[in-house]
Design a protein around this ligand. Structure first.
Ligand SMILES: CCCCC/C=C\CCC/C=C/CC(=O)SCCNC(=O)CCNC(=O)[C@H](O)C(C)(C)COP(=O)(O)OP(=O)(O)OC[C@H]1O[C@@H](n2cnc3c(N)ncnc32)[C@H](O)[C@@H]1OP(=O)(O)O
Length: 279
């Protein structure tokens, strides 16, 4: 929906090196809820983490869905009711090969560029945990419905000793407001559904069994809103943020790779990965 030039720039910057595997569709499934509504299901056990291949497959799937003019809306969900997505695949950042690490970050940027700028009406059905990059995926949607009680959502980067990139931080600030964002980002808060609703991070909270039916109902409703007006409104709301990342994409890659490759960061990443595996 954004300018053709911006789109071309976005796709030209995606990894093209021969060492990169082609996007695998086995980590995602795409189906139709109705002739005009697609459903994209994250299906990468055990935690739907965003590896390089997963991030590439995600953007490719969104672009493919968007390329079909009969589709006006998209429902994003997970095949697991326990984990929506556990965020970035931390093993991509542990002892990484620098060129792959840079491609990994370009691919993560690509997930944002593909969904946040989408012409489609988008709903995230968050039945399970959505920390960090999992929260990022849901923030790129237009509407979020989450399970109450157990699962957590939020940007916990600070608690892990890292910082969210500016484009993710900005999307969070836009969603929950400046003060709520400061409090949450500085502490690395992971919210329950009810807490997330109170700060505006999600739009509805329901018992698990009601989340998917309600998300389907909402996306089918949003699909009926006139597509052209919606697409232009989204461009007016989000275009500047998307253009800012497009213009500074490689600087953002440099920020990320330098930070991750530092010795101290590597020690922290390894310790965190080990703690996850020992759980
Ligand atoms: C952390 C340093 C990163 C440095 C980057 C530097 C700067 C960049 C800043 C950019 C922003 C980063 C955003 C991110 O997304 S970083 C990732 C943050 N994610 C998390 O902290 C979530 C970690 N996971 C959990 O807390 C839990 O898994 C859970 C989501 C609450 C679910 O718990 P549970 O149901 O108990 O499942 P398990 O914990 O047993 O997990 C199953 C399985 O999956 C592996 N796993 C989970 N999360 C990740 C992950 N993010 N990356 C890689 N692997 C992960 C976990 O180790 C288990 O594996 P095994 O079955 O083999 O034991």
């Amino acid at each position: 929906m954004f300018s053709t030039a911006a789109r071309a720039l976005a796709s030209r910057s995606l990894p093209r090196a021969p060492s990169i595997l082609p996007p695998s569709r086995s980590m995602l499934t795409v189906s139709r809820l109705s002739p005009s509504v697609a459903e994209l299901t994250l299906d990468k056990a055990p935690a739907n983490t965003l590896s390089l291949e997963m991030a590439l497959a995600f953007s490719a799937a969104v672009s493919e869905i968007e390329a079909d003019p009969s589709v006006t809306a998209l429902l994003l969900r997970s095949s697991s009711t326990k984990i929506f997505s556990a965020g970035l695949d931390i093993s991509e950042m542990s002892g990484p090969e620098p060129a792959r690490l840079a491609d990994f970050w370009r691919a993560i940027q690509g997930t944002y560029l593909s969904l946040y700028s989408s012409r489609l009406a988008t709903v995230a059905c968050i039945e399970g945990h959505a920390p960090a990059g999992g929260c990022l995926l849901s923030l790129m949607a237009d509407y979020r419905i989450m399970t109450g009680g157990g699962p957590r959502i939020g940007l916990n980067e600070t608690a892990l000793g890292i910082a969210a990139p500016y484009w993710l931080k900005d999307m969070f600030v836009e969603t929950v407001g400046r003060r709520n964002a400061e409090l949450a980002l500085l502490k690395g808060t992971l919210f329950t559904g009810e807490e997330a609703l109170a700060v505006g991070l999600v739009d509805e909270v329901l018992p698990l069994e009601e989340v998917y039916p309600r998300a389907k109902e909402e996306v089918l409703k949003l699909a009926r809103i006139p597509a052209k007006g919606r697409a232009e409104t989204k461009r007016l709301l989000r275009g500047a943020a998307v253009d800012e990342l497009l213009a500074g994409r490689e600087a953002d890659v440099a920020w990320f790779t330098e930070f991750v490759l530092e010795e101290g960061t590597q020690k922290g990443i390894k310790a965190y990965l080990d703690s996850l595996k020992k759980k």
